[in-house]
Design a protein around this ligand. Structure first.
Ligand code: CA
Length: 222
């Protein structure tokens, strides 16, 4: 399990990192939002410990950004902050934090809350996403359809993961483009990726349904 810590105070960052590593977690720490974003693009952690008062971009902005990105919408985030008023707490939770701890905090309590949160991640125990015969194993980055392996490209895999993580929800074309294919991609690129993905999913390809003028959704055909 990999945990990212975003915290600008050296001693707190080290304290959190040390405690988590001692409890068997892999940890990477960042002093500011920018460094964190760079790492996030390379590897997605299982949980984030987030400070609010950070230089340049604060933790609430980071949280807002994560929650508006389909790839990170369900990523557990625990805020650890010196901002301890009721309003701060509510603001953090409203923006989608999974938990909120106030500084100064007990390291043991922090570790136990991290552990509890990681137990509660939906689907995290199996790391498998599935829908009607389409099975994605995230540990091995493999996909099978009705038991037969499907060879997907990187983008197709990410695209399918987005569908499997949001079944029966209409995904807007713009969101898919921004989140998966990158801002410079065109709608045509998206159509091509969808077409090849459908082909590779065989008879399950029809479950990626075109929602006219809006986008696509993963659903059983009526
Ligand atoms: Ca701080």
């Amino acid at each position: 399990m990999l945990i990212y810590i975003v915290e600008d105070e050296d001693n707190i960052r080290e304290l959190e990192g040390y405690a988590l590593e001692k409890n068997g977690y892999e940890v990477a720490s960042f002093e500011n939002a920018n460094d964190f974003y760079i790492a996030l693009e390379k590897q997605c952690p299982d949980l984030i410990l987030l400070d609010i008062m950070l230089p340049r971009q604060d933790g609430l902005e980071v949280l807002k950004k994560l929650r508006s990105d389909l790839r990170y919408r369900h990523l557990p985030v625990i805020i650890i902050s010196a901002k301890t008023t009721e309003i701060d707490r509510v603001k953090g939770l409203d923006l989608g934090a999974d938990d909120y701890m106030c500084k100064p905090f007990s390291v043991m309590e922090m570790v136990s809350r991290v552990r509890a949160r990681l137990r509660n991640v939906p689907g995290a125990d199996s790391e498998t996403l599935s829908f009607e015969g389409i099975v994605m194993s995230q540990d091995t980055r493999t996909v099978s359809v009705n038991g037969a392996a499907a060879e997907l490209t990187y983008k197709e895999y990410e695209l399918l993961k987005m569908f499997l993580s949001n079944p029966r929800i209409v995904l807007r074309r713009d969101d898919i483009l921004n989140n998966i294919l990158g801002h410079d991609s065109t709608g045509r690129t998206l159509d091509v990726h969808i077409r090849t993905l459908r082909n590779k999913l065989g008879d399950r390809g029809r479950y990626i349904i075109t929602v006219r003028n809006v986008g696509y959704k993963l659903d059983k055909d009526e």
